[in-house]
Design a protein around this ligand. Sequence first.
Ligand code: GDP
Length: 299
Amino acid sequence: FARLRGGLQRSSSALTERIAGIFTKRRLDDETLEQLEDALIISDIGVDTSRDLVRDLARGRYGKELSDIEVKEALAGLIAGRLEKLAEPLPHRDQHRPQVVLVCGVNGTGKTTTLGKLAKQATEAGLKVVLAACDTFRAAAVEQLQVWGERNGVPVIAARTGSDPAALAYEALDRARREGADLLMIDTAGRLHNKQVLMEELKKIIRVIKKLDPSAPHDTILILDATTGQNAHSQVDTFKTMVDITGLIVTKLDGTARAGVVVAIGDRYKLPVHAIGIGEKIDDLRPFEALPFARALMG
Ligand code: GDP
């Protein structure tokens, strides 16, 4: 919790300053509620969610005198209530061996780093993991995944730069099956500047792996970078048109004042949040827990 609180410090201090500015023992009335709603919106919590939160806060408290601490406590509880159902670790699907996890997201959001972190956690949990470097366009992405793999003793299936990512995904699943792996995680490209090409590439990867396992991919995780704030919404919208997103991981919650975006996105898309990234190191991927997160956000 201390690490999470430290990670979210910039988000929480910006938000708590705004709330403290409104509530130094002031009545919860139309004016303070409106100011509070603005403070939440500025903190990336989203227009609809902020309105709902303020409405719920007013229920039973309207007209009362509240301190900023009381308001923050109440808001943390309300936010946690909204996020609770969405906090869900990446499921282990024992019935599917290997479980195939497709990881997508815009370049730079932390896909490769997150895959490395997930691979370490899965390996430590006793699972046999294989990684597939299907962002074959970027040599750096392939190398980076290989470094993560080597560090954790996890095989990384890679190919020459520019080779067909779908063919590589097929080969990776074939090998993962032959080697009796529990988990295959596939890194994909994130070149959003050419959406059509990216969509076709992702669809082809899925089509091809289905030839070996019609139920695959079992999980399709979208990686979002919290520092992009509202832009994360359009990334969800865009990727939803390309693949069936089954869950999210939000990265870079350390050092951003925009952690509120997790609340907005969770509320809007109702997609499970499997984990959060709070740093660049291998152990900086944490389970997403609603109440600790909401409390950390509120400072
Ligand atoms: P990709 O292009 O989506 O594969 O992104 P990378 O995995 O290469 O990550 C891009 C940059 O973000 C790298 O410098 C990572 O170290 C950094 N990064 C990834 N996750 C986090 C995080 O949770 N916190 C911080 N501070 N940096 C992160």
